[in-house]
Design a protein. Structure first.
Length: 370
C-alpha cells in the first residue's frame, strides 16, 4: 500500500481597503482602471429590486462606457431571498450570460446583497474576485466588512456559507439619503452593538449625537462609519475565521437571529438584533455583570433610536426558545451567549472564550421578561 503526503502549506494575504465617502461610483471606475482586479474586463453586477434602479444600473452604464462587459443580475429584495434558490438562480443566469472564471462580481446593495454575492463569488468557478459597494447603513456597519458570506435556510440563518474577503469595500454615505427611515433606524442596531461590546466612549457619543445621526448629518455619520469599521477591523484582524474572539460580534444575535426567523422576517435584522441586545443585557444583569443603571442606559438608547425593545406579541415564546438551538454558537446541544461585563466590554470565560453556556430555563426566564 502506497501513501503520499500532499504538502499544501500557503500564506494568503486577504487584506483589502475600505473607502468611506460620498458618490463613490467614479472612484470605483477609476480603481478598476488602475488595476484593482488586475486585467479582468467582465463584471457581474448583483443587486436587488430596491437598489438596482438607484445605483446598480448607473454603475453598469459607467462600466460599459469604459469598455468593460457588465451585466446586471437582480433578485427580489428582502431577507427571504437570501437562500440557496436565489444563489442558484444567479449562478445559472451568469452561466447563461457566458460568465466564467475571467470575471469579477460587484455587489451593489445592503447586507443581503453583499452576503449572497460574496457567497456566489466564493464558489463560482471555484472562486472569483468580488467587490462590495454598500448602500445601507446596516451593511456599512456590519455585513460588508469581515468576509462572512452565507445564505439562510428554513431552519436557521447564515449556517450555509464561507469566509470570503472582497477586493475592496466602498461605503457610499450618499446612498443613505435614499433609505426609508425604518431602514436607517434598523441600521443603527449593529452600531449600538459595536459600542456596547468594545467602546464606551463611542456609546457616549451615540447618546449625545443620535438625533444628528438620524438626520444623516455629515460629520456624525462619517464618524460613526469610521468607528464601526475600526471596531470590527480590530476584531476580524485578530480572528478572521471565528475561532474565538470574533464570537463577540454575535452580541445580541443569539436571541436576535432567532426572533428574526420566528417573525418570518416581519422584523428587519436590526430590529431583531435590538431586541436581542435587550435580552443580552438582562442576562448580563442576571450574571451580575451589569447593574440596573447600565440596563436602563442601553435600553433607553435603543428606544430613543426608534428600535424595538420588547418581543412582539405575535411571537410565541416557546417557539422562540426552541429556535435558539439553531444558533451557530451552540455546542454539544447547549446554548451559549456572548454577554457584556460593562458598557464597552465583553465578558471572558477563559483563554480565547467569549461565550458562556446558559441553561434553557434561564434563557426562557429572560425571554419571558421581554
Amino acid at each position: 500500500m502506497a501513501k503520499f503526503q500532499v504538502e499544501l502549506k500557503k500564506v494568503i494575504d486577504d487584506s483589502y481597503e475600505i473607502e468611506i465617502g460620498y458618490g463613490l461610483t467614479d472612484r470605483l471606475i477609476a480603481d478598476l482602471a488602475d488595476g484593482l482586479v488586475g486585467k479582468l474586463r467582465k463584471f457581474a453586477v448583483i443587486s436587488d429590486t430596491n437598489v438596482s434602479g438607484l445605483y446598480a444600473e448607473p454603475i453598469v452604464e459607467k462600466l460599459r462606457a469604459q469598455g468593460y462587459q457588465a451585466d446586471l443580475f437582480v433578485f427580489e429584495a428582502g431577507e427571504k431571498s437570501k437562500n440557496r434558490e436565489t444563489k442558484t438562480m444567479i449562478e445559472d443566469a451568469m452561466l447563461e450570460a457566458s460568465y466564467r472564471r475571467d470575471c469579477c462580481i460587484l455587489a451593489v446593495g445592503g447586507g443581503v446583497v453583499t452576503d449572497l454575492a460574496g457567497f456566489v463569488a466564493g464558489t463560482y468557478g471555484r472562486g472569483v474576485p468580488f467587490i462590495n459597494y454598500a448602500t445601507t447603513l446596516l451593511a456599512a456597519a456590519d455585513a460588508s466588512v469581515g468576509g462572512k458570506t452565507a445564505v439562510d435556510t428554513p431552519l436557521a440563518t447564515n449556517l450555509i456559507g464561507l469566509f470570503n474577503q472582497p477586493e475592496k469595500v466602498y461605503l457610499d454615505l450618499d446612498t443613505w439619503k435614499t433609505l426609508p427611515r425604518r431602514e436607517i433606524i434598523s441600521g443603527m442596531a449593529e452600531t449600538i452593538k459595536h459600542a456596547c461590546m468594545a467602546d464606551a466612549a463611542f456609546f457616549d457619543y451615540l447618546e449625545e449625537h443620535m438625533d444628528e445621526i438620524l438626520r444623516l448629518e455629515q460629520a456624525p455619520c462619517e464618524h460613526m462609519a469610521e468607528k464601526n469599521c475600526q471596531i470590527k477591523y480590530h476584531v476580524v484582524m485578530q480572528d478572521e475565521r471565528e475561532s474565538g474572539l470574533r464570537e463577540i460580534l454575535n452580541l445580541g444575535h443569539t436571541v436576535g437571529r432567532a426572533i428574526e426567523t420566528v417573525s418570518d422576517y416581519r422584523l428587519l435584522h436590526g430590529e431583531a438584533v435590538s431586541i436581542g441586545l435587550v435580552a443580552e443585557i438582562h442576562l448580563a444583569r442576571h450574571f451580575g455583570f451589569l447593574d440596573d443603571a447600565d440596563v436602563e442606559r442601553v435600553t433607553a438608547l435603543l428606544a430613543r433610536t426608534g428600535l424595538p425593545t420588547e418581543i412582539p406579541d405575535y411571537i410565541d415564546r416557546e417557539t422562540l426558545v426552541r429556535k435558539l438551538y439553531t444558533d451557530k454558537k451552540v455546542r454539544d446541544g447547549k446554548l451559549r451567549f456572548v454577554v457584556q461585563n460593562a458598557i464597552g466590554s465583553i465578558a471572558s470565560f477563559g483563554e480565547n472564550v467569549y461565550a458562556t453556556p446558559v441553561s434553557e430555563e434561564i434563557a426562557r426566564e429572560i425571554i419571558n421578561e421581554l
